[in-house]
Write a protein that binds this ligand. Sequence first.
Ligand SMILES: [Zn+2]
Length: 90
Amino acid sequence: MTSLTYPEVHSVGSLKAMPRTLPQPTPPPVTEATIRCPQCGHQALERMPENACLYFYLCTGCGERLKPKPGDCCVFCSYADALCPPKQAG
Ligand SMILES: [Zn+2]
């Protein structure tokens, strides 16, 4: 049996703990997203409700009331940098 994959480490003194990628079952949904107003370009970090869709959003820059684009369930899916938690879940 040939073991070519991992050579044995002989210098134990200089062993350093290697960061290992731990298996992540399911990452928690992103609950904050930066929403960007298409009218004025103002960006704001907003909390997303985890089991609801925010259909209207009042821009804190210009006061424009944003609505989702056709086919999107909420303003985050349309204008933010993250999908809303229900969409992230599947
Ligand atoms: Zn705006």
